[in-house]
Each structure stands twice: as structure tokens, then as C-alpha cells.
Write a protein that binds this ligand. Structure first.
Ligand code: PLP
Length: 395
């Protein structure tokens, strides 16, 4: 009999979004016709921008003509898109060769697939509260997880510590769920630590486009020495509304070598074995994001989400509630009032004002007592949710 991967039995029940769905369903059944203000969603609400739609249409037309038709694309990405992404990094002073950029179907796919590059006996460090996929992908592979708790005392941005024993270091900045962003010197400490210990940083930059404060790093490769210790995984999902269209990219510098093996070459070998690339049409749509017009348009959409963030932040400021995020990230991470647990606060908001958010405890034990609001909802719903929140929590 075939033996399945028994590590799947070690996975904890993925109860967070299931529980939220169950509780909201029960509420709606008991209160038919009620409108819920959904501030928990991680999905975008605005459509793709015009530049992308136009490029997608043109690419569809190409597929209708014998001379312009494209079949299989290169497994590592179309040269036109790899060049466009390398150019985007270049504008920020990061010099990359296009063959250090790999086009993907999104960050989730890559966060799981990239683990193929590392020995199963290596240990993965996850800074918590964290995006749940980091832990689960490593549990599936049977890898040891080192949980590093963060909290208000360090602004949810912990520093490396020589006592940590880990080989793979997950860093997400701007962070989901806390919205916290590492400053240069804080991130440099992690880069120096990885170079000293031989660890590799998996840097999740899915929310880099939301950074508005000058001087904060958008990419780990803005830091000295990162090319010998880091892989960056990014996505157009939130940057440009590609959650349903699916496109991302991964940067693996050629200078990244461990155990005499070149990780960039290993990933070329992996991709050419395990994928047949991303579709021509989607890559054409993605390339439009990196044109001046595309950049202007995606930033106009991001500004809409920023206004949602500003509206919620104003409300929390007026209430005197501690929070982080919102300014440089599409998430706001607030402290639950009156010592409520995060699920108690969830129930309170659902029942009293029909607002749905995400309990912090679902992102790791140290998220208990905190609550996440997403700013990806509609402007009208966000305004009304903020108004209801202000009324409910006013002392
Ligand atoms: N990384 C983080 C931190 C995320 O929050 C998400 C999506 O919510 C992803 C990665 C996945 O992005 P994608 O849609 O590209 O798979």
C-alpha cells in the first residue's frame, strides 16, 4: 500500500476563515436581509486598470493570428516581462539581471514551491502573527518550525537573536496581518544575521506598493549583502488587482549560493521540470502594470484603499485605541478594547454593528487580543463600518 505524506496529519485545523464564515452565516440566517460590512476580506474590490485590460485584449487578438500566436512560454517567464520587472527594480536603485527574475502564477504558489530548494531537515523561522501559509507549507514538508513571537513592545517587528536556530527565515514587510513595515536598519540586521549564519531569507513583498513613507525598503535587495542571503517573492494580486488573474514574480540572485549549489540555477531546473510557464495573455497584462500609464493607474486604485485606511485610522485615533499598520499597508491591526479576546471582539462587532473583521489569534498565539481590518472593501462600506465602530466604542 502506498504511504501518504503523513505530515498532513500534523496540520492544525484551518479554522480561522472557516469559523468566520460559519459565524457570519449563522448570523445572516438568524437576521435575514441584514447587510454585513465585510472588513475581513483579503481580496481586492476594484477591477483591473485600463492599461492592463487593453493589453489583455491585444494579447487575445494576437492569439487569433497565425503570425502573432504564442504557444508555450518560457518556463521562467517571458523575456519582455522579466525585463520590465528588472527595470522596475532598477528605478529603485536595485540592479538585477532579467534572468534573476522568475515569473510565477502568484506568491502563494511560490511560497510553497520554493521549499523544494531546501533540505527537509532545515528549520523554518516564522515571525508571528503571520500569514498562515508559511507554517502550513512547512508542516506539509515535515520541517521543524521555529515560532518567533512579536508584539507591541517591538512594534511587531522583532530583531534577530543569536539563540534562534533556523535556516529559512520568513519575513513579510509590509506585514500581513499587522501592517508593520521594517525600517532599513531593522531589515539590515536580519540580512547581516542571515549572512553570518548561512540562513536564507524568504522575503514576502506582496504589499510593497502600499508603502508611502520615504526611506522604507520596498525590496530586501535595497539592503547591502541581501544578494547573498535572500529570495524575494512578490505578487501583482494586491498591487494591481490580479487576485483572480494570477501573476507574481520571484527574485533569486545569481550570487545566492549554499552548500556549493547556486539557488538561481536550481530554480531554473525546478521550473523547467515542474511548470510550463504562465500564459502569454496574462504576462502581457502583467507587463502593462510596469508601463508609466499602468503605474499611474494602479497607484490611483491603491489611493482608494488608502482612503479607506485613513478613514479607519481617524476613527481609531479619535477613540484612543492602539493600532499599527494602515499607513504603509492595506491592513490595520488594532488592540481589542476592554481586554476582550479577539473572538469575543469578533462576536461583539458582528452582533452589535454587523461589521466583520479577522480575529488576530488566527495568525498565531501572540495575535490574541488583536484584530485585523482590511482596507480592500468598498469606500461606502468602510465609511459606514467606521461610523458604526466610532458610535459603539465611544466611552
Ligand atoms: N503573501 C501574503 C503576505 C499575502 O497576504 C498573500 C495574499 O493574501 C499572498 C502572499 C498570496 O498572494 P497571491 O495572490 O499572489 O497568491
Amino acid at each position: 500500500m502506498i504511504i501518504p505524506n503523513m505530515h498532513y496529519a500534523d496540520l492544525k485545523e484551518s479554522y480561522l476563515f472557516y469559523n468566520i464564515a460559519q459565524k457570519t452565516k449563522a448570523y445572516v440566517e438568524a437576521h435575514p436581509g441584514t447587510h454585513l460590512y465585510r472588513m475581513g476580506i483579503g481580496d481586492v474590490s476594484l477591477p483591473l486598470c485600463d492599461a492592463v485590460i487593453q493589453a489583455l485584449h491585444e494579447a487575445v487578438e494576437d492569439q487569433a493570428e497565425k503570425e502573432r500566436f504564442h504557444g508555450y512560454m518560457p518556463e521562467t517567464g517571458a523575456p519582455f516581462l522579466r525585463e520590465a520587472i528588472a527595470g522596475y527594480y532598477g528605478e529603485r536603485g536595485v540592479s538585477l539581471s532579467p534572468d534573476e527574475v522568475f515569473v510565477s502564477s502568484g506568491a502563494s504558489d511560490e511560497l510553497g514551491d520554493i521549499l523544494d530548494l531546501f533540505d527537509r531537515d532545515s528549520a523554518a523561522l516564522v515571525i508571528e502573527p503571520a500569514y498562515p501559509a508559511y507554517v502550513d507549507a512547512n508542516v506539509m514538508a515535515g520541517r521543524k518550525i521555529v515560532h518567533l513571537a512579536s508584539g507591541e513592545e517591538n512594534g511587531f517587528l522583532p530583531a534577530p537573536d543569536d539563540r534562534l536556530e533556523a535556516d529559512l527565515l520568513y519575513i513579510c514587510s509590509p506585514n500581513n496581518p499587522t501592517g508593520a513595515v521594517f525600517r532599513r536598519e531593522q531589515l539590515q540586521a536580519w540580512v547581516d544575521y542571515a549572512n553570518k549564519t548561512g540562513a536564507v531569507i524568504l522575503f514576502d513583498a506582496a504589499y510593497e506598493a502600499f508603502i508611502e513613507e520615504e526611506g522604507l525598503p520596498h525590496s530586501i535587495f535595497e539592503l547591502e549583502g541581501a544578494e547573498t542571503c535572500a529570495i524575494e517573492i512578490c505578487s501583482l494580486s494586491k498591487t494591481a488587482g490580479f487576485t483572480g488573474t494570477r501573476l507574481g514574480y520571484t527574485v533569486i540572485p545569481k550570487a545566492l549560493v549554499r552548500g556549493g549549489m547556486n539557488l538561481n540555477e536550481m530554480w531554473v531546473r525546478n521550473r523547467t521540470t515542474k511548470t510550463n510557464g504562465v500564459s502569454y495573455i496574462i504576462q502581457k497584462g502583467g507587463a502593462a502594470v510596469f508601463t508609466p500609464e499602468g503605474q499611474k493607474q494602479i497607484h490611483a486604485n491603491i489611493q482608494v484603499y488608502k482612503k479607506n485606511a485613513a478613514c479607519l485610522m481617524e476613527t481609531l485615533d479619535a477613540l484612543g485605541i492602539w493600532y499599527c499598520g494602515g499607513k504603509n499597508a492595506p491592513y490595520i491591526w488594532m488592540k481589542c478594547p476592554d481586554g476582550m479576546t479577539s473572538w469575543e471582539f469578533f462576536d461583539y462587532l458582528l452582533h452589535e454593528i454587523q461589521v466583520v473583521g479577522t480575529p488576530g489569534e488566527g495568525f498565531g498565539a501572540c495575535g490574541e487580543g488583536y484584530f485585523r481590518f482590511s482596507t480592500f472593501g468598498s469606500v461606502e462600506d468602510t465609511k459606514e463600518a467606521a461610523r458604526r465602530l466610532a458610535k459603539l466604542l465611544k466611552k
